[in-house]
Every structure is written in C-alpha cells, then in structure tokens.
Ligand binder design. Structure first.
Ligand code: SF4
Ligand code: SF4
Length: 293
C-alpha cells in the first residue's frame, strides 16, 4: 500500500446505508480528482445485521488492492449499539480517527476507547430524525467524518448526493452539513495500555448442529445469535385492527412472533431483528414499525 493511501472502514447495520456512505465518499474524492474505491462486506446480508464497507483514497495513484481494510486510518461507526458487539477499533492505526454516532459525551467515550487515536462524536440519529425524518444516518455521518479528518471537502458531496438522492439531495446535504457543525473532536493520548474489547467465540457450530428451518422450531438459529441486538426498528401491534389470523407469525423469518394467552400475537424483542416483514404482511395494518429509542 502506497504511503499516501487513506483507508476507511465503516461499521453499520444492514439497512442503515454504510455502503452508501462509502460510495458517496469515493465519489466526492473522485470529484476532487483523487483516486478512490468503495466496496462492501455484507456477511449475513440481512436487515439489521452488522455490515462493513470500505474506502481507499489516494491523491496520486490508481489503487489496485481490492482486499478488505484491516488496518484502517479512519473508522466510522454508524450504529452506537455496535460498539458493544464488535471491536470497532480492531487494527485502527496509531494516530488514526474513530468517529462514532452516539448520544454520549466525548468524555464518556474517552473512557471506553483508550488508545492513540483521535476521537469524534456526534448525535447523528437526532440530526437525521430532525432533517430527514428517519433514523438513517449514512449521509449525516459523512459530515462528522470530514470534520474529523478533512479527507474531502464538504461541498464535494453536493454532486454525488444530487446524483444518488435527486429531490432528497438537499435534505441529505443539510444533514451532512449539520453533523459537520455538531461533531465534537478530541485527541486521545494515553500512555497506558490500549483498551480494546475482546470478543471470544466459544465454539463455532458445525452444520449438523444447526437447527433446520427456523419456522418449524422454537426460535430457529436466533438461539445462537441475539438478533434482537441488530434492530433499529421494532414492531408495535394495534389490537383494535388485529383479527388474530397469525399470518405475521408465519412470515417472521426469526419465528419470534408468538400467540399470547389472549390470542393476540407479539414478537419476542430479544430475537426480533426489526426486518419489518410482519408489518408488510399483516393485511389489516395492525403492525407498524417504530424506531428504536
Ligand atoms: S397478521 Fe395482522 S391481523 Fe393477523 S395476527 Fe398478525 S397482527 Fe393480527
Ligand atoms: S417480529 Fe417482525 S420485524 Fe421482528 S424479526 Fe419478525 S418479521 Fe421481522
């Protein structure tokens, strides 16, 4: 890897737009006559599941390396819940930047991420909800990322956002711009040991251990994965519209909707991943998806 190449790793969840963040960043860099690439790594490829996206940007030369970024200069975390699930600072270079969407104060985050990194924090969810009407923070976090790193100029996002979002481009640019203003920066310089979370998997199940067909068993493979951690939305039921047909429970891919003692149906939110299929399939519109607080 040439010295002047900057590598970025985006952490988000399926449906949050981390891939779009990476695409917009690459296009903004190209707009400034730099060389850039953007590509995703989906893993389970389900709404709410942790996903990664990557950028490489160079001001001087074409980039041939297409491997995933393992030693990033910049890490951006779109979903605050991911920091308890994933070691987001894994491989982050000394002197690199960690940019987190969080409602926490920067002093609090400094306690969680101790290392030779620059830290930036912004409450992107509030900005996105206010200016876009949804808790999708991909374009909002672009503003935080460039405030912390200066890797591209704010105005360089105007054309890519226009191309991608059309009539919604202005609102997305405003969210990006508001996050740029609201982002709080801090240097983390500690002489103590770096605090990196370690995540240990006791045993990876073999294919014979996996349950067959989650819909015909109790809670399917979610017994092994707390998929409730993935969701950014959850279903809410309106009993005045529900006719107790059970269709929602048949379609739930996690088989986590169960009949209650009163014969109404409810999801076990410990396993509900917030995909919204139940709301889509309920033919009386008794279910609506609500943003996680
Ligand atoms: S599909 Fe709708 S109407 Fe049927 S049980 Fe589920 S919530 Fe009630
Ligand atoms: S309860 Fe609804 S939103 Fe939750 S996993 Fe099942 S289908 Fe998806």
């Amino acid at each position: 890897m040439k010295q002047d190449t900057i590598e970025i790793r985006w952490h988000g969840r399926g449906g949050q737009g981390a891939v779009t963040s990476a695409e917009m960043t690459a296009l903004a860099a190209v707009h400034e006559d730099k060389f850039a690439q953007a590509f995703p790594s989906f893993g389970p490829e389900r709404r709410g599941a942790p996903v990664l996206a990557f950028n490489r940007i160079s001001p001087s030369h074409a980039i041939r390396n297409r491997a995933g970024v393992t030693k990033p200069d910049i890490v951006v975390v779109l979903d605050p819940g991911l920091v308890t699930l994933i070691n987001v600072t894994d491989g982050l270079k000394p002197g690199g930047s960690l940019i987190v969407n969080s409602t926490k104060a920067i002093e609090e985050l400094q306690q969680e991420f101790t290392g030779d990194w620059k830290l930036a924090v912004v409450d992107a969810a509030s900005i996105a909800r206010k200016l876009l009407g949804v808790n999708i923070v991909n374009t909002t976090m672009l503003g935080a990322m460039i405030k912390a790193t200066g890797i591209v100029k704010l105005e360089s996002f105007a054309a890519p956002l226009e191309h991608r979002f059309g009539a919604r481009a202005k609102a997305n640019f405003n969210a990006c711009s508001a996050a740029f203003d609201a982002t709080v920066l801090s240097e983390i310089t500690t002489s103590g040991p770096k605090k990196q979370k370690s995540f240990k998997v006791d045993k990876v199940p073999g294919w014979r251990d996996l349950l067959v067909g989650c819909a015909v068993t109790d809670i399917g493979n979610t017994k092994r994965f707390c998929t409730g951690d993935w969701k950014s939305q959850h279903p809410e039921w309106d009993n005045t519209k529900c006719i107790k047909c059970g269709i929602c429970s048949l379609f739930c891919p996690e088989a986590c909707i169960h009949e209650q003692a009163d014969w109404y149906f409810r999801a076990d939110l410990f396993f509900c991943k917030g995909c919204g299929i139940c709301a889509h399939e309920c033919w009386t519109q008794a279910i609506k998806m609500v943003e996680e607080a």
